[in-house]
Each structure stands twice: as C-alpha cells, then as structure tokens.
Write a protein that binds this ligand. Structure first.
Ligand code: ADP
Ligand code: ZN
Length: 644
C-alpha cells in the first residue's frame, strides 16, 4: 500500500503533507531535534544551505524529509557504498521509494534505476560521486525531476582534511549544471578552514549555515598514560565493556592483526579490519560487526567512515590520531544512540614522535606540513590538558561550553594534580644539551637516574654533571615528564636523527628559570597509575554491565532475538529493522494495542503495518510467561509458609 503521506506529494497544496505529518507517519518520530525543523523548512522551500551537526545529530532527516515533501527525487551524494546501502535499506523498511546507484551494479540494473528515476518513481536516490560525474549519469539527471542535491560528508572536498576525496572536487559543477535544484551540504567536521572550503567548492556563498552544538554529552572522554597498551586495553574492555560492540583504532596493519589476536586470546570477540586484508574477509568482518551483537572491530582508520551502527559502546585509540578533527570524528562513532559510551585513548611519548615523523617524511608542501604540525600540536594539547577535555575539544571547534566543566571526562571526574616541574624540566633540558642533542629517551633517562650502562660509559656520559641528578624519580615518571616537556614545545623530536631530541627556542627561558613548567604529578607507585584498571568509573560501569544479562532473559532479550531473526530474513543490519531505543521503548511500555505501539519513537506507519502484530504477540506471550512465573513463585512460597 502506498504511504498516504507520500502519495500526496506534489499534488494540490491544500492536501499536501506537512513536515510534521511525514516525520510522524514515515519516520515514526514525534518531534524534530534542534535545528532540524528549520533546516527542513528552508530546504523544502528551495534554499541551499550548509549543515554542521555532530555524528548522530540527525543529519539524514534534513534531506530525506524535504525530498519527500518536494516534487521530484532527492539525490544524495555519499562517498561510501556501505553507508548508502544501509540508509537505503532503512528507507525501504520505512516504505520510502529509495535506490542506490554505484559501481557494484550491472548495466541493466543501473538502467532500470534510471528508468524509475525518469518515470518519477523514486523519492531518494543515493549516488557515489564518481558515478554522478559520469556523462551518462549527468545526462539522465538533467532529464529527471530533482527535489534536491544532498552532499553528505561534505568535508571530503577539503584538501586539508583527513578524508579528502578528489571526486568531491568535481561536485562544484552541480551549481552550474543544476542552478534551480537546491544543494544541502552536510558534515560533522566543522573547523573554519574546512567550512570555508565547502562553501567555496560547492558554491554555497550566501547560503545559511546551520550549526548544531557539537557536544556529545553521552560520550565520556578519557586519555591515559601509555604503559602496556594491550594490557590496558584488555582491562578496559573486560572491566567496563564486556559483551559490548566497540571499535579499536591502531595506526598500522600489523598492529591491527596483533591486537585483534591478543583480544581474541583474552576471550573477547574481536575481528581485524584494514586495507591489506582480502576484500571478502574485510567485508565479512565489517558485516559481522554491523549485524551481530557485541563484536569488537580492531581497525586502521580505513574503517568507519559511513558506519552508521548506533550502538557502538566504545571507541579506543591505541595510537594518536593525526589531529583533533580525526579524533573527534573517530570517537564520534561511539554512542550514536545517545546512550553512555566511552572514548578512550592510551597515549605516550612515542606517539608524538611517530606522528611528527610521519609529517616530516610526508611529500606535502611546506605549508601543508606546517598546518599538519599545528593540528598535531592541538591534539597533543588536548591529550596533555589537566582541565576539562570536552571544553577544550569544543573550544577547538569554536564552541563554548556553558559550564567550564563537563563532569563527564576523566579530568572532571578525577582532577589530576599539577605541580611546578621547572627543576625537572631543567634537568631534562640540561641532559639533552650536555649530550649534544643526539640521544633518545632511554639513554637520557639512564643518565639522569645514574645508571652506568655500556652506552653511558662508551660516551663518557657518567662523567657529566647531570649524571645521577634525577635519581629521585623513576623511569616512568621521567618518561611522563619528557612527554609533557615535548608536548609543551620545550624539546622537539629531531626530524633527521630518529628518536633524538633537540632544544627549541623556548628551552633557554626554561633553563634560565624565566618560564615555569607545570607538570602533571605522576604517582611513584605503579598501583596508583592514572588509567589503572579500577577507576571510580570503572566500578560504576562494571555495575551497569552486570545488569545486562538479566535484561537479556526478559522481554528485551526476546525482542532482540526476534529482531536478529528479522534482520537475517531481510538481509539487513539489526538496527535497520528497529533500533535499540525503539526496542527498549517496547520493553518498558509493553504495548498491547497498535495505537500504543505506534506511540513509540521509531515505529512509523510502515513498521506498524509490517511488524505490529508480531510485536504485540511477542509482548503478550512474554507477559503471559511472566504472570505464570509470578503465580508459580507465589504458590511456591505459600507452600513453604504452610510447612513452616
Ligand atoms: P547523522 O547522520 O547526523 O550521524 P542520523 O541521521 O543517522 O545522524 O541520526 C542518528 C540517530 O538519531 C538515528 O537513529 C535517528 O533515527 C535518530 N534521530 C534523528 N532525528 C531524530 C528525531 N527528531 N527524534 C528522534 N530521533 C531522531
Ligand atoms: Zn570535563
């Protein structure tokens, strides 16, 4: 049955559907979120715009709804096939006439979709950018009736960004070729440079920007001192995220493999993902992550763009990303459903050295390297800050948090102690200076702590005045101090001699005592380490995850099992059938009628029609079991009482 709201599309305005009615009938949602309503109104009226919203903010609705309300088909440009496939699956589930054009289709399949487009039989068409720019596709589009162009992941036009896609540059021709069709560009990456580039490339000068708050209040940020990253990761997962779906990012393919194997050995359901894997296996691992519950995917940054999975409970970084944009986008894949999630990273001195080396060795122009270095420094600043991380993150994107503390990051939850570390820094700088700026961390620490290693003796460094002047601190405290001194810019990794440190312009003032150096206090005993496994929050999270098994045996568990079966039957990810929030809504309200079920967010007309009876039957059967169990218990306790 055609959806009545959509069937009236483009007809007499007296009976034209309103944004509100389609929101309810098709998407099963009661209210717009944030700027959605304004954006929908603006685009439906034919306006261009730029939409900046964090991951999970609800960008899709901003172009899907106007596509249903305007005459013609909405064309969505998106860089990733997986994303398009999932979105189209979700739309079809909701009864929207959607299709996708990408390189995986045969000529005949593509022709059929083009015919449907020309005949006015499509509401939404997802197209990969390289496909859209072909003469064949442009010719078809110019003959079709188009509602709008939505350019998703619009930051891909930015050459400075981390997701640059050369095909996106070509999209500037949309403005020229289709001047009457509104363009809406959407992204979750919003620094000023990227924003300006999007406006330039997509010719959006003068069009309004809708900027939502970038805050993701449900994500808890935590950055800990790297000791043994794998051990730290295993503790983090087993203590706080047992059975949860999560993403672990590593820099290299080898480390991905190694980490996935280590997690598997520890009994965690982990799968590797990187560009070097056989493509079938890679696709299979991605599908299992999307479709099954509780899989941890260990991946390089090749993984994740366009991954829509709403119930990712944590994103862990074992290596430092390139910059804050990348960090924010990667961590943003956690908790799209709005429920508590963790962004956790272990980070150490070697990470700074490694990222700097990658910049030094990159082929880019000097200006590019300078921008990259500034961006890296901003991320290191975030990792080192002793203040609220969220405030710092949002500040980077030009947003000010109302309160200066968020209460949901490691620094807010257990504020680090800071002390004047000027003398420590001076000792470090002196040892670098006295050894000719040619040595790395291990050797410098040997000298400071007064260890007569062969190497120390070989260079005569046991005779230096700095030898043994730092015996009051242990190795790990010295490493942490060195990391912070580097992060503060008073030492820098040598771009030629790998591993060595050199003095910088600011070193002099530190040595002379003009610049004070504040350092985070590192406890001497290993048990009290920052990021040690049993943090206060660790305990809290463990308590939450212990409750999970009991839920899985009740109505929610039955709903999940039913959903898995539906997903398998329809060949779509589980969350495309119904998302977690909707399942929980059903489990807590136990609807007995279609009307009660319809009131739950995520149940639109089509889903009600398709699944209503099955869901109500399931709720009823569970209620029946539960009441029998209660009666049984009552009877049993009665018996017991009688005998007593
Ligand atoms: P984005 O593309 O910005 O990352 P999505 O469009 O995928 O985000 O939306 C994220 C989640 O929020 C989805 O599960 C979606 O159903 C939900 N959502 C979007 N808009 C609303 C709304 N107005 N009310 C309730 N849920 C919404
Ligand atoms: Zn905070």
């Amino acid at each position: 049955m055609p959806n009545p709201a959509i069937a009236t599309k483009g007809q007499n305005s007296a009976i034209a559907p309103t944004a509100q009615s389609v929101l309810h009938s098709v998407f099963g949602l009661r209210a717009f979120r944030g700027a959605q309503e304004e954006i929908v109104r603006h685009v439906t009226a034919g306006g261009d715009c730029l939409v900046l919203m964090p991951t999970g903010g609800g960008k899709s609705l901003c172009y899907q709804l106007p596509s249903l309300l305007r005459e013609g088909c909405g064309v969505v440009v998106s860089p990733l096939i997986a994303l398009m496939r999932d979105q189209v699956a979700g739309l079809l589930e909701a009864g929207v006439k959607a299709a996708v054009l990408n390189s995986t289709l045969s000529w005949d399949e593509a022709s059929e979709i083009e015919q449907r487009l020309l005949a006015g039989g499509l509401d939404l068409l997802y197209i990969a950018p390289e496909r859209l720019l072909t003469p064949r596709c442009l010719a078809v589009l110019s003959r079709a009736r188009l509602a709008l162009f939505a350019i998703d992941e619009a930051h891909c036009v930015s050459q400075w960004g981390h997701d640059f896609r050369p095909e996106y540059i070509g999209l500037s021709l949309l403005a020229e070729r289709f001047p009457k069709v509104p363009r809406i560009a959407l992204t979750a990456t919003a620094d000023n440079l990227t924003r300006r580039e999007i406006v330039d490339r997509l010719v959006l000068n003068g069009a309004p920007s809708f900027v939502a708050s970038f805050d993701r209040p449900n994500i808890q940020y935590e950055i800990i001192d790297k000791k043994n990253a794998q051990t730290q990761l295993k503790a983090f997962i087993t203590e706080r995220h047992a059975g949860d779906a999560g993403i672990v990012y590593c820099l290299s393919r080898a480390k991905v493999e190694d980490t996935a194997a280590a997690l598997t050995k520890a009994g965690i359901a982990a799968l590797p993902y990187h560009a070097g894997l056989d493509s079938d296996l890679r696709a299979r691992n991605q599908d299992r992550f999307l479709n099954e519950d509780g899989i941890v995917i260990v991946a390089t940054v090749a993984f994740g763009m366009g991954i829509d999975k709403p119930d990712v409970r944590f994103v862990a970084h074992l290596d430092l990303p390139k910059n804050i944009e990348a960090y924010y986008q990667e961590t943003g894949r956690a908790g799209r459903d709005g429920k508590p999630a963790d962004a956790w990273m272990t980070y150490g001195l070697a990470d700074i050295v490694q990222q700097r080396r990658m910049i030094d060795e990159s082929q880019g122009a000097e200006a590019f390297k300078r921008v990259s270095l500034d961006k890296l420094n901003a991320l290191v600043g975030l990792a080192e800050t002793t203040h609220c991380r969220r405030t710092r993150l949002l500040g980077y994107f030009g947003e000010k948090l109302e309160a200066s503390k968020c209460g949901n990051c490691d620094n807010c939850l257990s504020p680090p102690k800071v002390r004047d570390g000027s003398v420590i820094a001076q000792k470090l700088l002196s040892s670098v200076y006295r050894t000719g700026e040619r040595f790395g961390a291990a050797h410098l620490i040997d000298i400071l702590t007064g260890r007569e290693t062969d190497r120390v003796k070989q260079f005569g460094h046991h005779q230096l005045s700095v030898f043994g002047i730092g015996a009051n601190l242990n190795d790990s405290q010295w490493r942490a101090a060195l990391r912070q001194v580097v992060a503060l810019g008073h030492l820098r990794p040598d771009s030629e001699a790998f591993g060595a440190f050199k003095l910088t312009e600011s070193s002099r003032d530190v040595l002379k005592g003009i610049t004070a150096v504040m350092l985070r206090e590192e406890p001497a005993d290993a048990a009290g380490q920052r990021g040690a496994s049993k943090s206060k929050r660790g305990v809290k999270f463990a308590a939450i995850s212990r409750e999970a098994p009991s839920q899985s045996t009740g109505l929610l568990g039955a709903l999940r099992a039913w959903r898995s079966e539906m997903a398998r039957k329809h060949g779509v990810p589980a969350y495309v059938v119904l998302n977690d929030a909707t399942l929980e809504g059903i489990a807590t309200t136990s609807p007995r009628t279609h009307a009660q079920l319809r009131a739950i967010a995520g149940i639109g007309d089509k889903k009600l029609e398709r699944y209503g009876d099955a869901l109500i039957a399931l709720v009823a059967s569970k209620a029946h079991c539960a009441s029998r169990a209660t009666q049984g218990r009552a009877a049993a306790s009665g018996d017991f009482g009688g005998r007593r």
